[in-house]
Design a protein around this ligand. Structure first.
Ligand code: G6Q
Length: 552
């Protein structure tokens, strides 16, 4: 059944006409318990969703929609290892990577938990050896720099978490994440490194990704040039992959290959051996706490009634704006500096999962799916693009994320930070009406003519929705829970829209064409069959490259 034919969807369409003209200012004035009514707590995470353009009826209808879409069954399908990633014929079991229940997790009748635990144990042992300086390089020195070579799902998660958990990290090892095939990325990184004290992690589920493989080869060539010791590769290169054979062929020692499985999607893989940089950085206990936080969120997602279920509520609010208000975007605005890679991480998690126009039956969807996700550290964004949030012509729902307690070393910093989070939510919601703006200008003693001219610019319509996710501190457990919260939110939306959130066919075409164009760039012939723009660009580039060669 298509989503528009669900009775809850139809009811929401009608209901939208009632809600659209309402101003949140009035909704707050009418209900002194609006905050209590529209906020939820899970462990130390508070989700305040009262500053949304919703009424109690909106939430009832959205939850009815989730029921009509049989969300409960889909959740069980995922946790039970059904192949819900149908286009790749794969189960979706990243939740197994953080399952501490002692219950089997079955995939085609086989319990995968013993392998999951064994591989985690192996990779944690390596991490512990590196961080405790027992893992020695070719010259007997401990590791000072870890370079993760990987891209997309094999980079963004570990990079984001390593940054987020900086206060928990070992600070005498530096971490580098090289993803871009642009030589600048690897060369700039290598410049500051000493081969004898560097550990390279080649992270690639497929071990065929061109960008990663080329960066890994360049790193290996550099290592051999610096050390002249080919036996040293086994002390300085480890791999995380589902393709053991390819890693062996690359020359990685069998002991240094850590496995992941096809039932872990790249963008959902930081919980697996792909999290090796995190493990080295924060150690076993903190890594396990991260998993634990996610596990608790998994349990909450699986068992809490939809009305009290954080991922479900966040997802439904997203659907409300995406499909009824026709909002195109969703802003992710962490106020915690350590979450500075969180927006980038979520861009992939959300847009690669739900940026799809073909539904589970192979038909073109008739309702819009995933929004454009963008974001930045909130404070920086206030001084950059909040203008558009406040007075632009687009409705941009935003999530604020902030820790109630920070280091507490210099209290004033945190108070100012918090005041900004609260102020922005209030300002976006309330706005400033004409009478208020006028009164302010009058109080400044502005002459009447000037006042009238300036007045329109000083008015804020308000009624802009935000969620505030306020947690105690950004510790590993809470971070794990926050990531899982968004993972499940994305899944719920995929269920509502009837799309498969776990494949990514949309990234293939560009890759295919790049292979063909590479051959053309290598040949002296003019470019082959392309549109005139692409051919023009290729030929122009080749002429430039040729001139450069001649100039040498
Ligand atoms: C994630 C995607 C994608 C993938 C990268 C790297 O869900 O599948 O971002 O992680 O393309 O792939 P490899 O790990 O196979 O190199």
């Amino acid at each position: 059944m298509t989503v528009q034919s669900q009775s809850a969807w139809k009811a929401l369409k009608t209901h939208f006409n009632d809600v659209a003209p309402l101003h949140m200012r009035d909704l707050f004035a009418q209900d002194s318990r609006r905050f209590e009514n529209f906020s939820l707590q899970f462990n130390d995470i508070l989700l305040d969703y009262s500053k949304n353009r919703i009424t109690a009826e909106t939430m009832q209808l959205l939850i009815r929609l989730a029921r009509e879409r049989e969300l409960d069954k889909w959740i069980e399908r995922m946790f039970n290892g059904e192949k819900i990633n149908h286009t790749e014929d794969r189960a979706v079991l990243h939740v197994a990577l953080r399952d501490f229940s002692d219950q089997p997790v079955r995939l085609e009748g086989h319990d995968i938990m013993p392998e999951v635990r064994a591989e985690r144990q192996r990779v944690l042992e390596l991490a512990e050896a590196v961080r405790s300086r027992r893992w020695l390089g070719v010259t007997g020195q401990p590791i000072t720099d870890v370079v993760n070579i990987g891209i997309g799902g094999s980079s963004l998660g570990p990079e984001m978490v390593t940054a987020a958990l900086w206060p928990y990290a070992i600070h005498d090892i530096r971490f580098h994440f090289v993803s871009n095939v642009d030589e600048n990325h690897i060369l700039d990184t290598l410049e500051s490194l000493q081969a004898e004290t560097t550990l390279f992690i080649v992270s690639s589920k497929s071990f065929t990704t061109q960008d990663t493989m080329l960066n890994a080869q360049t790193a290996r060539d550099w290592f051999l040039k610096c050390t002249g010791n080919s036996d040293g590769v086994s002390r300085h290169f480890v791999a995380v992959t589902a393709n053991r054979q390819a890693a062996l062929q690359f020359g990685i020692d069998v002991e240094n290959i850590f496995l992941m499985w096809d039932w872990v999607g790249g963008r959902y893989s930081l919980w697996s051996a792909i999290g090796l940089p995190i493990m080295i950085s924060v150690g076993r206990d903190n890594f396990e706490a991260l998993l634990h936080g996610a596990y608790e969120m998994d349990q909450h997602f699986r068992t809490a009634p939809f009305e009290k279920n954080l991922p479900v509520i966040l997802a439904l609010l997203g659907v409300w704006y995406n499909n009824f208000f026709q909002a195109q975007t969703q802003a992710i605005l962490p106020y915690d500096q350590h979450l500075h890679r969180f927006p980038a991480y979520l861009q992939q998690a959300d847009m690669e999962s739900n940026g799809k126009y073909v539904d589970r039956q192979g038909n073109k969807v008739t309702e819009t799916t995933g929004p454009v996700i963008f974001g930045e550290i909130g404070i920086a964004a206030q001084h950059a693009f909040y203008q558009l949030l406040h007075q632009g012509t687009k409705l941009i729902p935003a999530d604020f994320l902030v820790a109630a307690r920070n280091r507490q070393e210099i209290k004033r910093h945190h108070r100012i930070l918090m005041s900004n989070v609260f102020a922005q939510g209030e300002a976006l919601m309330k706005g400033k009406n004409e009478a208020e703006a006028r009164a302010e200008l009058e109080a400044l003693g502005m002459d009447a003519e000037k006042l009238e001219k300036l007045l329109p610019y000083k008015i804020f319509e308000g009624n802009k929705p935000t969620n505030t996710i306020l947690f105690n501190t950004l510790n590993p457990e809470t971070l794990g829970a926050l990531i899982a919260l968004y993972e499940h939110k994305i899944f719920v939306q995929g269920v509502i829209w009837n799309i498969n959130s776990f494949d990514q066919w949309g990234v293939e075409l560009g890759k295919q064409l790049a292979v063909r164009i590479q051959d053309e760039l290598d040949s002296s012939e003019t470019a082959g069959e392309h549109d005139s723009s692409t051919r023009g660009l290729i030929d122009y580039y080749k002429r430039m490259a040729c001139k450069e060669e001649e100039g040498r």
